[in-house]
Structures are given as C-alpha cells and as structure tokens.
Design a protein around this ligand. Structure first.
Ligand code: PAF
Length: 290
C-alpha cells in the first residue's frame, strides 16, 4: 500500500483485511473519506456521484458488489449487467482512490450477516417495497455492512432511487452512524430517460421511446394543481402504456418524506413515482410535483 500515491493510481482491493488498514491509515492522517457504493455497470450517473465525492473529500472509495440479497427475481440478478474491466478504467480515469470489489463470502461470511433487523417505519411498504418484496431488506443490509467496512465520512446516493435514499437516511439515523448521506440529482439522457445500468439492456427503439417516462412525469407536474390524484395517476399510466412495448407496473403520488400516498387536499411536498417495463427491462423514475 502506498498512501503517497493515492491521488495517482487507484487501489483495487478485494478483501476487508486489506481495505480496513488502508482506511485506518487515511483516517490517522485526518483524510476525509467519501464513499460511493455501486453494483457496477457504471454510467455517467455513477460518475457524477464519484465527481461530487472527489470534490468534497480527500479520498473516494467506490464499491462494486452485485448484491444477491436485494434481487427478488433470479432472472433480474442473472441479467444484471456486469462490466468490471471498463468500470475499473472509468474509476481510475476519474481519480477514485480505491475500488473495493468483494466477493459474496467477504460481505456475507455467515447467514447472520444476511438480514439486518430494522423496522423501516413503513418507508418500504409502497412502490418498490411492494412490488419487489425483500428488496429493501437486502439493500439496507448490504449498505449497513458496507458502511461498517468502509467507515466513510460521507456517502453518495442518487435521487433516481428515491425510496432507497430515504431508507438509507432512516437507517443511518436509526443506528446513529456518523455518516453524512449526500443526495445527488438524477442524471438524464438527452431525451430525459433517467440514467441506469439497466438502460444498456434496452433496444435502440426502446431507449428512444423511453423518453415517454419523463415526459409523462413532467406533464403530471404541470397539471398537478388542476387534476385529482386519481386523474394524474391515470394520465401517467395511459401516456406510458400508449408507447409500444411499455407497460406500467405502478404509478404512485406520495409524500416526499413519509413516502405515504397523498390525498387530493394535501398537495404539498408531493412526488410522483413510476415503475414500468420496456419489454423485459424494468425502469423507475420520479419527480417532485410541489
Ligand atoms: O443503488 C444501488 O446500486 C444499490 O442498491 C446499492 C446502494 C449499491 C446497494 O447494493
């Protein structure tokens, strides 16, 4: 390990036994550690998190771990894009200090590590939590585990996975972890499609047509105070479903903090959330409405 060279060459670390002394040494030198957990297949959205961390910290650690426990569907896990060689290149080019690429045994040395016991206060009841049973338990378990391993000062998450972000913020305050969670804006393709690792699985036509998702959300925002919640949800659903190959799984309009569905006379701090399929590929997005 050569801490003198941390700004010039990236460390590729696979084990906790090597990562932790590295982090401890950084901390002993009063270096501020930023952390970007990912499942790889990195795109501009991830890189924007890395860049923000690089600006705000002395060293940035990125983890790449496709966490099996947060997939409720074995096909989705099998088809999740894996592009480790190009991920490493991208991270190195950005100036990331460390990429941590553990295997499953490193993260889950025994079953007792596999499920965190935490009452998520209904933050996991709707939307992704409802349609992907077990997803948030797996996600929050691995994020807590990664936080304990990396012990960053700040950790960076995108608002595209807004429900995930709220659950992580809750988990950090529940366990009183000394980590600042930084929420970063969703990055979009020029046609409005929210950037996601899953986008690589779209055909050229699906990718083009996927502009319908953000367009439908923007239309809902424009009409938020003139239409009822039911009308808004129906409009978003119809607009997306009218597109060839696209099928809405859910549309929800919920409070941005509690994530509970809102009613017509409580239109403050509202967000719209959507999950849909483009062929086989599941996409999610959201927008602030008020
Ligand atoms: O958002 C993701 O990529 C994953 O859910 C995360 C936070 C890396 C946990 O596996």
């Amino acid at each position: 390990m050569n801490l003198g060279a941390i700004y010039f060459s990236m460390e590729i670390i696979h084990t906790i036994g090597i990562l932790q002394p590295y982090i401890n040494e950084c901390k002993a030198r009063q270096l501020q550690v930023g952390f970007v957990p990912t499942m790889g297949a990195l795109h501009e959205g991830h890189l924007s998190l890395i860049r923000q961390s690089l600006k705000e910290n002395d060293i940035t650690v990125c983890s790449i771990f496709v966490n099996p426990t947060q997939f409720n569907n074995t096909n989705d896990l099998a088809n999740y894009p894996r592009t480790i060689a190009s991920d490493i290149q991208l991270l190195e080019k950005e100036g990331c200090a460390v990429v941590f690429i553990p295997n499953e045994n490193e993260i889950y040395p025994s079953v007792s590590f596999k499920t965190l016991s935490i009452d998520l206060q209904d933050l996991d009841k709707n939307m992704e939590g409802k349609y992907r049973p077990g997803h948030f338990t797996g996600m929050v378990t691995v994020v807590k585990r990664l936080f304990e391993i990396v012990q960053p000062h700040k950790a960076y998450f995108g608002k595209k996975d807004y429900q995930q972000l709220k659950i992580i913020q809750f988990m950090v305050s529940y366990f009183k972890l000394p980590i600042q969670i930084i929420a970063c804006e969703t990055l979009r393709e020029p046609n409005g499609l929210a950037m996601s690792s899953r986008n690589t699985r779209l055909s050229a036509e699906q990718r083009k047509n996927a502009e319908v998702i953000y367009r439908a959300l923007l239309n809902a925002k424009q009409n938020f105070f003139t239409l009822s919640i039911t009308q808004l949800k129906n409009r978003i659903t119809e607009e997306i479903n009218s597109c060839k190959d696209f099928k809405v799984e859910y549309v929800e309009i919920a409070d941005a903090n509690s994530l509970k569905p809102i009613i017509d006379n409580e239109k403050i701090n509202a967000m719209a959330f959507v999950a849909c399929f483009a062929g086989e590929v599941r996409l999610i997005d959201n927008i602030h409405l008020s």
